[in-house]
Design a binder for this molecule. Sequence first.
Ligand code: GDD
Ligand code: MN
Length: 375
Amino acid sequence: MPTTLPTPLKLAVVIPTFNESGNVAVLVDKLHEVLGADHSWEIIFVDDDSPDGTSSLIRQLSENHPRVRCLRRIGRRGLSSACTEGMLSSSASYFAIMDADLQHDETKLPEMLRALEQEGYDMAVGTRYMEGGSVGNWQEDRIQTSQVATWMSQRLLGLRVKDPMSGFFMLRREVFEGAVYKLSGIGFKLLVDLLASSRRDLRIKEIPFHFGQRLEGESKLDTRVIWDYLMLLADKRLGRYIPIQLISFATVGSLGVLVHMLVLFLFMGIFHGAFMVGQVAAVSISMVFNFFVNNALTYRDKKLRGLSLIWGLLKFMLVCSVGGAANVGVASWIYDDMGYWLVSGLAGILVGLIWNYAATSILVWSNNTKTTKGA
Ligand code: GDD
Ligand code: MN
């Protein structure tokens, strides 16, 4: 193994990892096989302090493989932000992004590099949705979700590539630099984020590949990924005007209204209780709902646990009671003045929302930087 690498650095393969100890060594061998010894390339694993020890395994690998390094993030999670920070840490001219779990076909990398280096493309995207590509043995519901997500990005953000959900692609440094300040960095879909954040039209080559099967470890894709994706779309459309956390907080709040009405319906319609008691129950339950959902989604990176969770819930309920009072106060003040119930009601909701958002973000979810292992 050479101890010095050819310079200048041409390609960085950036690979996000979370609990991939069963895959990284095999992937490193495969990349050496396909990229060879003559080119100047490196592998940057970005590991979010995986509890299974992926990062120490990578460190061991790098003792024999000088092309391999690991960027270890503590108290952080997120595929997109991991890839972005991996690219920021490299001086290569081209970046490839791929998963660690061998589901992406590394033998396509030379073709991708050729497209950028010799054919003048800005980006090469590994595509499952064209001839020569496939999703492998996915369940029907995952295929449908992927198709709906693809359709949404095409309609809402005007993306034209066939597989914007792909996590396997290569791009020029200039493309990355041109988008980096605008990236939302939310969730799993970095390609959507990059495409929607790029100012100019990009020349993109789509290269089909078969999405392989994961043999070791587990997928991290869960329902939160869907939420993140919706928030990414919202941020790309509205982020210029409204902070994304406020959009998330307000969306959770709207769901909270549904919970409120459901509780009230159960209480009044089925159990025929007294309205006042039903309303108090509905307010309390929907507050608890709002707290837990915001803790899991809106403030995932500042998630409260254990004792601070209970303390946080109490503070949240207190702050939101003030918000409720402000809501009623402002609404009745405008109603007394102008008399339009719809306008008054909406103004009350807006004031309550802004208060609840601002006050809880400062008093409930402030400065809670997690450093729990692999959290
Ligand atoms: N650093 C870091 N932090 N890496 C992560 C995190 C995280 O929070 N979550 C997942 N990863 C890594 C995994 O270790 C893996 O290498 C890669 O990101 C993809 O994660 P998987 O959990 O294997 O995702 P998937 O196979 O379900 O989804 C893939 O295919 C989708 C195609 O529909 C990803 O490539 C998606 O981006 C892609 O959209
Ligand atoms: Mn995977």
